[in-house]
Each structure stands twice: as C-alpha cells, then as structure tokens.
Design a protein around this ligand. Structure first.
Ligand code: 5GP
Ligand code: MN
Length: 339
C-alpha cells in the first residue's frame, strides 16, 4: 500500500460512506477481531458499517464487542446481498481470494464497491482496488492497527477497538509464541492494553470456556494421534461418528492440531476431520521452521495459508485421505529431516 493509496483512502473516508466488512468463511479469532475492530473504528468516524460473515463462528468468540451486530450471509442472505449491492466500500479482511468467502463470492465479484483488502496470507489475488498485504504480519488484527496508524488515527482507538484487535493478535500468534510474533507485535499489544483491552479477561473468554464434551472430544483426538517418525510427522483423525458422539459444535476442534506439533522431534502435524454434510475431509496442517505446509497443501489438498499453518480439503473418504497423505510423505522426508 503506497502513500498515495493512503491519501486516497483518507479522502474516501472523509465523508460518511456505506461500508461492508467481510471476513473469510468459518471465521476465526483473527477474522472476527479484525472485522469488528475495523467496524468500531469506522462507526466512530461516522460511517454506516456492517460486518457480513459468510457463516457462523465459534461460541468462544461470541462475546467480542459488536458480536450482536454481525450478519451471517448463509442465514440472512437477502439482507446481506442488499447491503453488499448498495455498499460504497467493501473491506475484505484476513483472506486473499474471494472464493474463501464461499457462497458470497458471486455477489462480492459483481459488486461495484471500492474493495480494500487487508490480509497476511501468501499470494493475494488482485480483486481489490487497494491491497494492504504483508505475509510477515502476525495477524490481520495487527495490520488493522497499522492501517489506523497509517491514517494517523491511533488516538481514536478505544477499549472496544483495542479488545477486538487483541483477540486476533492473541489467537493468530498462539498467545504470542509463534515466530510471527515480533517486538513490534508486543509494542502494539502494549498499546492495546493501555487503550483498555483487558488481556487477562480476553484470554479467559477465549481459552477457559470449554465444555466438558469439548474436552472429551480432545481426549478422543489425542487417543487417535499417530506418529510417522521417519517423516517427523504426527497426525490426528476425527470421524463424523466420533464428532457426533461428543456433540461436536463449531470451534470444538480449534487448536487440536497443535498437540501433534508439541511432540518432541515432530516437524509437521496434521488433523483430518470428516464433514459428512459438506462431503469433504477438512485438513489442518502445522509445521516448524522452514517446512512450508502452505506449499504442501496447495500441491496436494486444494488449500493454502501460511508457511507454518495451512488448511485444505479432500473429497476422498477419511481412510483414503490418510492413505494419500502417508503415501506422499516419503517425497518430503529429506526436507522434514533437515529441520
Ligand atoms: P486452519 O487450519 O486453522 O483452518 O487454517 C490455518 C491457516 O490456513 C489460516 O490462516 C487459514 O486462513 C488458512 N487456510 C485454511 N484453509 C484454507 C484453504 O482452504 N485455502 C487457503 N488458501 N487457506 C486456508
Ligand atoms: Mn489471520
């Protein structure tokens, strides 16, 4: 994003506008924190702003300030399409390609609104008039902070905005431990706390609100954990039957893949989750060091993401997906053993 872009966006935002803010499908903490953080900021600047999410998100995010204003495109399609059609500006946050919004892709593609992308995923498509893309950033929330800073407006960050942005930085950095966490990230987080983000309360709201069934499902996942030592890889499976047994709800498997990566001597971890309704196996991949699960997922599992955290999918059965995964691994043994 050039200085000229910033000046143009400043001009654009100088008078009240109709604005829609969109996160990716199955929004996570960063997507909801960034969209709602920007929402509060734009409202403060006298714009009409609405967050339109492609679908619902986990309960552990349903306390974020402004949560009750979010529209969901899958259940409120007409209302959402209307807003998108009459929007002057559409912000797209925490995703790099319109297909990541699922069924919202056509209405977003057809819209004549000025699109502004803020995102930290690799290889962004060029659907937006203004693109603020930086793969080195810990989170889109950190980028929204920078965006407000570039507009010269951090004085306008209040407790609501700070709380939202803290959520996404916290969740996307694994509570400030992943290598994307820089001294700069910590400085921003310090500013957010000063502006009213209650860090201890936010951690509690997101991480300490598990249900008993969610922990039982985690127990099931951990007992399904398998290790392939020669490939320094660990993987977990969860079948639809197992998910049903523990009354699975959206978000219940969030972060489970990281247990594989916590093992000594493991460089790549995967989780394969059966979704009978969508007819796919949802895959999450994590890695340590330079091994790129983004490339691995792009090549084999129709997905992508970041070097150390990516997602993908498979249309094979759960068993066949795992077999495919295991059969591919020997090609990567050298890279995996070099880490
Ligand atoms: P997760 O495994 O938590 O679903 O996703 C890990 C990272 O990969 C996130 O940054 C997410 O946005 C990205 N990601 C997940 N699924 C996909 C996908 O199908 N395609 C792409 N390009 N990125 C994905
Ligand atoms: Mn993110």
């Amino acid at each position: 994003m050039t200085q000229q872009d910033i000046e143009r966006i400043k001009q654009l935002l100088a008078s009240p506008k109709q604005i829609v803010i969109v996160p990716h499908k199955n929004p996570d903490g960063d997507a909801m924190g960034a969209t709602l953080g920007l929402y509060h900021y734009l409202k403060k600047c006298n714009h009409q702003a609405t967050v339109v999410a492609p679908n619902d998100y986990p309960d552990f995010l349903k306390w974020i300030p402004g949560d009750n204003t979010v529209l969901k495109h899958d259940s409120q399609t007409k209302e959402c399409d209307n807003l998108i059609q009459k929007a002057d500006i559409i912000f797209t946050l925490d995703f790099n390609a319109l297909h990541r919004t699922g069924n919202m892709e056509p209405v977003l593609t057809e819209s004549n609104a000025i699109k502004i992308m803020i995102d930290h995923h690799q290889a962004p498509d060029d659907f937006a008039a203004y693109i603020f893309s930086d793969v080195a950033m810990s989170s889109t929330c950190e980028m929204v902070y920078h965006f407000i800073d570039m507009l010269g407006d951090t004085n306008n960050i209040d407790a609501n905005i700070a709380t939202c942005l803290y959520v996404g930085i916290m969740t996307d950095t694994g509570s400030f431990r992943f290598s994307c966490t820089t001294s700069h990230t910590h400085r921003i987080v310090a500013n957010l706390i000063e502006k009213g983000a209650n860090n201890s309360q936010i951690h509690n709201n997101v991480y300490d609100t598990n249900t008993y069934e969610k922990l039982q499902l985690l127990g099931c996942a951990l007992s399904n954990l398998k290790i392939i030592p020669e490939s320094k890889t660990a993987y977990i499976t969860l079948s639809q039957r197992e998910l049903n047994k523990y009354n699975y709800k959206k978000g219940d498997t969030e972060g489970v893949v990281n247990y594989g990566l916590s093992l000594n001597n493991i460089v790549m971890a995967a989780i394969f989750i059966e979704d009978k309704q969508e007819g796919i196996i949802k895959i999450s991949l994590r890695s340590k060091g330079d091994f790129s699960v983004n490339e691995f997922s792009r090549t084999h599992f129709e997905g992508g993401g970041h070097t150390n955290a990516a997602g993908g999918k498979s249309h094979l059965s759960l068993k066949d997906t795992v077999e495919k995964f295991i059969s591919i691994l020997p090609n990567y043994n050298k890279a995996l053993n070099n880490e």
